[in-house]
Design a protein around this ligand. Structure first.
Ligand code: FUB
Length: 309
């Protein structure tokens, strides 16, 4: 196909717009997991009406794909109502598999016993659920962390299983926290630590490639995604710069990073579905991620085309 720009004729390959990847619902806070040659994508369901200017999130969703292009939606696997101690609000969450069980770490609003945001954990024998509250109480409550006065600093859990079998929970808003998890995945194993990162807002995400650990996170507000690298899961972390720019009309960006069938992917959200998309009606998008020879990351190029077969 050819397009005319002034007097120039430019050859153009017409690609389908594969971003956002889900077009019939607003989806946010992607967390992807590779299991059994399949990518499972967990996301919060943004349900805010067009004239509502905050989050309205009553459930999490799960999709799966064998090729990163075609996504199948599964029945709703988990809602905050499963956590009897919570008041709701399906904020950012992440799933990890260990010994054939799937653990889903979620952010919800705690009831008045521990006011503020809290982290809970649900468990299932299947990556698509149904998931059940694994503890009957929160794993992290706002009163367990004292580094800020805000009630929403205990959000956005990410869990990483290190090569020696030790699991770590990272989370936070304004302050980045981490703690070891016991082998049962539902209890902390030792004290809560903090990590110093420039302009840390929220959404920490840990991944490993070769012998480098990467801690990516939402930077400033409105958010870009920045990252730090280390040779150890507990740091010291060296700040490496911005990885993804502002996500257009969404003030959050919330990333997940995976390798699947030999390719690396950066999964994030924008306000890309128009006319009503925006900060509270977000949509998950996927673009390729590329590494430099020294292990640093090339800046992500957000595209409309997304992943093509
Ligand atoms: O979706 C609600 C909140 O917005 C998440 O917990 C943050 O990461 C931000 O994306």
């Amino acid at each position: 196909m050819a397009a005319f720009y002034g007097n120039a004729v430019v050859a153009q390959e017409q690609l389908e717009d594969n971003n956002p990847i889900i077009k019939d619902k607003f989806t946010a806070d992607p967390a992807a997991m590779v299991y059994d040659d399949t990518v499972y994508l967990y996301a919060g369901h943004d349900e805010a009406p067009n004239d509502f200017h905050f989050y309205k999130m009553n459930e999490w969703l799960v999709y799966s794909s064998k090729d990163m292009v075609n996504w199948k939606e599964h029945p709703v696997p988990l809602k905050p109502t499963e956590f009897k101690w919570s008041k709701g609000e399906a904020w950012a969450a992440e799933v990890i598999e260990r010994n054939g069980k799937f653990y889903w770490y979620v952010t919800v609003e705690h009831n008045d016993k521990h006011p503020g945001k809290a982290i809970g954990v649900a468990v299932s024998d299947s990556p698509v659920g149904p998931f059940k509250d694994a503890l009957g109480k929160a794993l992290i409550t706002n009163d367990m962390t004292k580094h800020t006065d805000i009630s929403w600093d205990d959000i956005d859990p990410t869990v990483f299983l290190d090569d020696d079998g030790q699991a770590y929970l990272y989370w936070g808003n304004t302050v980045c926290h981490y703690a070891k998890l016991k082998d049962n995945m539902v209890e902390l194993d030792g004290p809560i630590h903090t990590v110093e990162l420039p302009n840390f807002t929220e959404a920490p995400y840990i991944h490993k490639k070769g012998d480098w650990y990467y801690l990516s996170y939402a930077y400033q507000f409105p958010e870009k995604i920045a990252y730090a690298m280390s040779k150890s899961i507990t740091g010291p972390w060296e700040y490496k710069g911005v990885l993804n720019e502002l996500a257009g009309n969404s003030n959050t960006n919330h990333q997940s990073i995976i390798e699947f069938k030999g390719k690396d992917y950066f999964i994030y959200h924008t306000g890309g579905i128009q006319p009503n998309g925006g900060s509270f009606r977000r949509s998950v998008c996927i673009d390729r991620l590329y590494y430099n020879a020294d292990g640093t990351l090339k800046r992500v190029i957000m595209t409309s085309e997304g992943i093509q077969n």
